[in-house]
Write a protein that binds this ligand. Structure first.
Ligand code: NAD
Ligand code: MG
Length: 396
């Protein structure tokens, strides 16, 4: 926090689902929070519209060819916001003490790794939504945070719930087990055969959460819960055999922490990411999020069931990658990113998503994840193998 007490927040992925939710919470607290940096991938128009509303000091567009378009649009809007382009600008601003003290890491996919790492290495408060970066390089990220004294507040709703249930000092020695809840996605209850012809439009129509397209498909395949197991392993230091998943279709209980004395703590709330973001933006204080409290008389029914790993093999694939360790989670994540993108573009059937991930994991044996370079190399190789399988049509 700076002398005037105002937190200056960089929102990376500002035009996305998490980014706009974060900006909604920030705008409710003008005396406490200010959006000082806004960054987006390619959509200059949406980024400039956010700049008009939030008047940040800096705006970044990831695509380096769009610098002039961004500069012209900011000037035309009469804004003093400084334009930047390219991923390197994100790293620079993440590190810059004058630009921000808090970073909302809400870029989708492995593309978010570098800027998140830069913020952690600079000792910033990092509100971590970008789960793929943790799956890819969780150990190195947690190590960087420890060394630089950075604070990580998990924003993924399950991990944010667990964070709220754990002791303030993060001591997990009294924890017996962590149970992640899963909505089950739009295809809960379907058999494998009933998943053969599902379309991208059906897959992104999530029953409980409104989210970006990639995570929506991950929720439909249950890969999202698999990525979250790996995320929980890194964030809370839990071995795979003390991490469980329960399907809970109402999405009101966001996860459970079971302690060694038989107590189970849960965090409940409406499925709206602004609650988790407010926990991070105000941390350690509680601040208003715009989300109503839970009316249990109205929403009170809570159901739980086991996940169906036969219809949704991605969950088992991710658990196996977590147990294998090393570069296996990086390979899994990269293969999944290629598969989901191909599915969204109509180039791959739904059931071919796990098949493609499995193909990549079978083709590339996991190695020790000795360094960031090794992990980046695994990510690149997995993308190559997955893309090759797509172009040769092996999995259609
Ligand atoms: P989204 O697709 O709605 O938004 C993604 C944002 O990232 C956009 O602002 C886009 O411009 C930016 N972006 C995309 N590619 C980029 C690149 N190469 N370089 C720079 N910027 C890029 O996604 P989302 O749903 O907001 O999810 C963001 C992250 O948060 C994901 O990792 C997701 O798993 C995680 N998450 C999201 C939710 C949710 O409710 N949406 C919940 C939990 C976790
Ligand atoms: Mg989640």
């Amino acid at each position: 926090t700076v002398p005037d007490g105002l937190r200056r927040v960089a929102v990376f992925g500002a035009t996305g689902s998490i980014g706009t939710s974060a900006l909604d919470v920030i705008a409710r607290h003008p005396g406490r929070l200010r959006a000082s940096v806004l960054a987006a991938g390619r959509n200059v128009e949406a980024l400039v519209a956010l700049c008009v509303t939030h008047r940040p000091d800096h705006a970044v567009i990831a695509d380096p060819d769009l610098l002039d378009a961004l500069a012209n649009a900011l000037r035309a809007a009469g804004l003093a916001t400084v334009p930047h382009a390219g991923m390197a600008a994100l790293d620079t601003l993440a590190r810059d003490a004058d630009a921000c003290d808090t970073v909302v890491a809400a870029i989708v996919g492995a593309a978010g790794l570098d800027s998140t790492l830069a913020a952690l290495r600079a000792g910033k408060r990092v509100l971590l939504a970008n789960k793929e970066s943790l799956v890819l390089a969780g150990e190195l990220m947690l190590q960087a945070a420890r060394e630089a004294g950075a604070t990580i507040v998990p924003i993924d709703s399950e991990h944010n719930a667990i964070h709220q249930c754990l002791p303030a000092d993060g001591d997990c020695s009294g924890v017996a087990r962590i149970v992640l809840t899963a909505s089950g996605g739009p295809f809960r209850g379907r058999s494998r055969a009933q998943l053969a012809d599902v379309t991208p439009a059906q897959a992104v129509a999530h029953p409980k959460w409104s989210m970006g397209p990639k995570i929506s498909v991950d929720s439909a395949t249950l890969m999202n819960k698999g990525l979250e197991l790996i995320e929980a392993h890194h964030l809370f230091g839990m071995p795979a055999d003390r991490l469980d998943v329960l399907v809970h279709p109402q999405s009101l209980v966001h996860s459970f922490v079971e302690f060694i004395d038989g107590s189970t703590l849960a965090q409940l709330g409406l499925p709206d990411m602004r609650t988790a973001l407010a926990v991070g933006l105000g941390y350690p204080d509680r601040i208003a999020s715009g989300v109503a409290g839970l009316d249990l008389l109205r929403h009170g029914r809570l159901d739980f069931e086991s996940p169906d790993t036969d219809a949704f093999p991605c969950l088992a694939l991710a658990r196996a990658a977590l147990v294998a360790g090393g570069t296996a989670p990086a390979l899994l994540n990269a293969a999944n990113e290629v598969a989901v993108s191909a599915f969204l573009q109509g180039q791959l059937r739904f059931l071919a998503i796990p098949a493609l991930v499995e193909h990549v994991l079978a083709t590339l044996p996991a190695a020790d994840a000795a360094s960031l370079d090794v992990l980046r190399d695994a990510d690149a190789r997995a993308r190559d193998v997955a893309t090759q399988a797509l172009t040769t049509g092996t999995l259609h």
